[in-house]
Write a protein that binds this ligand. Structure first.
Ligand SMILES: NC(=O)c1ccc[n+]([C@@H]2O[C@H](COP(=O)([O-])OP(=O)(O)OC[C@H]3O[C@@H](n4cnc5c(N)ncnc54)[C@H](O)[C@@H]3O)[C@@H](O)[C@H]2O)c1
Length: 319
């Protein structure tokens, strides 16, 4: 019998890359759910996804979801969320998207023994100065006057909700705290895809002050390899895990590397991160995961060097 898999937020960056990967296994029957109208899909080329069926639905609309409810999915990847600084500054929208959306998903689709994979984020560690962050480290979320933290708060509260509910409803979960993923199919709002775009057009590359903040950029294929493997295993669920590269890069170095690889004439400008749509926005200066848990439990580690990942991303955007 085929394995029924549901990807929620499937037209997005992570979701679409996961769909192509899971599609390679003919034993999979994959359902791709997203709010985007099928005629407007860009990442999902449905003619290339023979083992997939597309379902347009808004996870905030329970009536929509009830129509899909009859399916029994053995594994669900819940990736739908508002993502990105410009989108997460309206607290009520953030709450709806992450809290109400996830509650609806669980109440409609998660049954006894379902494996439920929840996309969380490195943002939950807030501004904790102790690096690298392991899963049990403190969450030092910023002050009330910067709603950008509401994204982290909502993701964090849903982590606890899932852990608690899994005991009552007898399902299995895995909470993945993603660290700065990049690669093909990412929208142009995120650093690496944005800078590639600017460099290709020889336009000014703006980065936020001071420029030497560090991130651990993780190539999407490394993350997808891990996520795909979850469809094949029966144990090792019920965990919260960091997933990402543990190699730090300065933002300015990454921009210079992209400039070099694209042979661009772009100028780099360092700008202050002040207010976005009248909302105070504070950047996290350094971010680095401790990945010893995922290495030990699942024998996973990232294998793509940053230069190779960026080259692959550039070549994807060139075609
Ligand atoms: N990309 C990263 O580096 C990163 C880092 C940390 C956490 N995450 C988390 O991983 C997940 C996937 O991120 P991504 O980069 O692929 O984001 P993305 O924005 O590319 O994809 C999200 C998808 O969810 C869909 N969606 C949003 N609201 C919906 C709704 N109400 N109903 C149905 N579909 C809806 C969107 O249309 C979109 O296709 C998110 O939950 C995000 O919070 C991503």
């Amino acid at each position: 019998m085929k394995k029924k898999i549901l990807i929620i937020g499937a037209e997005g960056f992570v979701g679409s890359n996961l769909a192509y990967s899971l599609n390679q296994n003919n034993n999979n029957e994959i359902y791709l759910l997203d709010i985007i109208n099928r005629k407007k899909l860009k990442n999902l080329k449905l003619n290339k996804l023979k083992n997939c069926k597309y379902l347009q639905a808004n996870i905030l609309n329970n009536k929509n979801l009830k129509k899909i409810k009859q399916h029994k999915f053995s594994i669900i990847y819940h990736l739908a969320s508002l993502v990105g600084v410009e989108k997460i500054i309206d607290t009520s929208e953030t709450i709806k998207s992450i809290i109400i959306g996830t509650q609806n998903v669980i109440s409609n689709f998660v049954r006894k023994n379902t494996k439920f994979i929840f996309a969380s984020t490195s943002e939950v560690y807030g501004n904790n100065p102790k690096l690298p962050w392991n899963e049990n480290d403190q969450m030092l979320i910023g002050t009330y006057d910067s709603p950008r933290w509401d994204y982290a708060k909502c993701k964090s509260i849903m982590e606890n909700y899932i852990i608690e509910l899994s005991k009552k409803r007898n399902f299995q979960f895995l909470i993945l705290r993603f660290f700065n993923i990049y690669g093909p199919r990412q929208s142009k709002y995120f650093l690496i895809s944005k800078i590639i775009e600017k460099c290709k057009k020889n336009q000014i590359c703006k980065i936020y002050f001071p420029g030497n903040q560090t991130r651990c950029f993780t190539f999407v294929d490394d993350v997808i390899n891990f996520m795909t493997s979850l469809s094949l295993i029966k144990t090792k669920f019920n965990q919260v895990i960091n997933i990402g590269s543990n190699k730090k890069s300065k933002v300015i170095q990454i921009v210079k590397l992209i400039k070099k690889l694209t042979k661009s004439k772009s100028k780099i400008k360092i700008v202050k991160l002040g207010k976005i749509n009248n909302t105070t926005f504070k950047d996290v200066i350094n971010r680095q995961p401790d990945i010893s848990k995922i290495k030990k439990l699942y024998k996973w580690k990232p294998t793509t060097k940053i230069e190779d990942g960026i080259k692959k991303t550039i070549s994807f955007f060139n075609n």
